[in-house]
Design a binder for this molecule. Structure first.
Ligand code: GDP
Ligand code: MG
Length: 208
């Protein structure tokens, strides 16, 4: 009804983690509402868009970057991280190696992407495939790891059973938007921050 009053935020969100943990299935489920059993190893980077009606006055356009082609942790190019405002780090609760890799994924992220005030970008840790009984990673160790490595939160998910998918993304978006209001609000801007826009409130951490 009231055109022009709607604010739209464009948020680039990265989905990282070892191969086979469920990243592409997660994006597919979240964006298209489906789970497909077939396993197709994506090559390169796929990105999908989802429009969220956040409130009466705000909508959020999520750009989900699904990295692919890697079995294990690889250091990503800075270009991939550029402009990212949030991140999902995912592992498979039946694979301890995928859990161990999360440390590297998070460190790589923190080395290459940060807000202009120096804070790391909001990042949620997802323990996927919680529908499977042969789980090898305990909640205690996930909790400890999550706190020690600067994640905003962690959650168990099952893309297969559609458990916590929307919830996890809502939590992440909420955090991104509250970081935004902190930076954009009436408080003085962090030193050296000249950009008025969220989209550019990002530093590549270097000169290039
Ligand atoms: P990616 O390499 O991280 O993108 O992983 P994929 O999305 O390709 O998923 C790898 C495999 O795990 C596929 O066979 C999926 O069907 C399966 N998978 C993904 N999520 C779940 C889940 O929550 N539970 C179970 N049981 N299988 C899942
Ligand atoms: Mg994939």
């Amino acid at each position: 009804m009231s055109d022009g009053a709607m604010a739209e935020y464009l948020l680039k969100i990265l989905i990282v983690g070892d191969g086979n943990v469920g990243k592409s299935s997660f994006v597919h489920r979240y964006v298209d509402g489906q789970f497909s059993r077939s396993y197709k190893m994506t090559v390169g980077v796929d990105f999908s868009v989802k429009l969220l009606h956040w409130s009466d006055k705000e909508q959020v356009r999520l750009q989900l970057w699904d990295v692919a082609g890697q079995e294990r942790f690889i250091s990503m190019t800075r270009i991939y991280y550029r402009g990212a405002l949030g991140c999902v780090v995912m592992f498979d609760v039946t694979s301890s190696s995928s859990f161990l890799s999360c440390r590297h994924w998070k460190q790589d992220l923190d080395n290459k992407a940060m807000l202009l005030n120096g804070d790391s970008i909001p990042c949620i840790l997802l323990a996927n495939k919680c529908d499977l009984s042969q789980r090898v990673v305990s909640s205690e160790s996930i909790d400890k790891f999550s706190k020690a490595n600067g994640f905003m939160a962690w959650m168990e998910t099952s893309v297969k059973e559609n458990k916590n998918i929307g919830e996890a993304m809502r939590m992440l978006v909420q955090e991104i938007l509250s970081v935004r209001s902190g930076l954009d609000g009436l408080e003085p801007r962090p030193e050296g921050c000249v950009s008025p826009q969220l989209d550019s409130e990002f530093s590549s951490g270097g000169c290039c």
